[in-house]
Design a protein around this ligand. Sequence first.
Ligand code: DAH
Length: 344
Amino acid sequence: MSHELFDKIAELRAELEATNPQNEAELEQFRIRFLGTKNAFKDLTPRIKELPNEEKKNFGIKTNEALQAAQAKFDQLQSQFARQESQETNKFDLTANAYGLPLGSRHPISLVMNEMISIFERIGFTVAEEREIEDDWHNFTALGTPADHPARDMQDTFYLLNDVEALLRTHTSSVQIRVMGKQKPPIRIIAPGRVYRNETISARSHCQFHQIEGLFVAEGVSFADLRQTIYFFAKEMFGATQIRMRPSYFPFTEPSAEVDVYWGLNSDTDYRITKGTGWLEILGCGMIDPQVLENCGIDSQKYTGFAFGMGVERIAMLKYQIDDIRLLFENDVRLLQQFQSAGY
Ligand code: DAH
């Protein structure tokens, strides 16, 4: 047992015990030195023949013991380092719930508009959309409002580039003219869209807003049909049990009416918004003036029709109790988020 090879093994064993890798790189050095394919013990192996036979077995045992010690130390350090690393990673709580993706919401104007559309679709109306930049003919003249007509003062117009021909439509009634110019009766459409007027912006008025126009042209359409259509809408939209029609004037309808729905007087708000009457004006309407039909190439002897138009903001403000129209155009997310789970 006094052979130099045993001293060598003892030295290597001492070195192995004294080596304490502090990190993965040092552990790799340790592995190469004591466990790698060219490890320090292998250098000794060929010299086994220098030993007398009875010592050979002992040499093998000592070498194996040292290799096993090296392997055990390696395994233990390797898992220790892996644990440390994962603790560092665990500064993050991997089991925490992920944040949900922020969900968008529909704008209150879209919600109201979609609800209106779906009510009219149920009674056979289809949606028609048209341009917002119009010409004088479609926005005014064909609708019974030539240049010198006093009714033009009802709507202050934005003209484009000092061009009296191109303008931003002041109402969706222009869509009536476009559609009647292209389609043959029977025509039954609603036209939702944006309109513009040169008005001072305040809590009650804005220079841009939305309207929905309705148009029904066919043989034998009567004022009774108009009234029933509006009644159906008021019932579905507001749960209204009564409507009333007041005579009014529009250049493109004859006779013309404004429609009020019975809103009720159940709260202070009801008194305020109905000015103490319980009635709320919701739209303008009338039988299409025969001259308007003729302007679009429709035979006014054969066909009659009705039309109506209403503001969407006003109805959205009533429905959602918003008392300043500007809120509907500012797109403050704090307002919009409140409509997150609303339908339509
Ligand atoms: N265009 C009108 C406005 O903007 C609303 C209107 C009234 C539309 C009567 C109509 C109608 O179709 O028949 O004030």
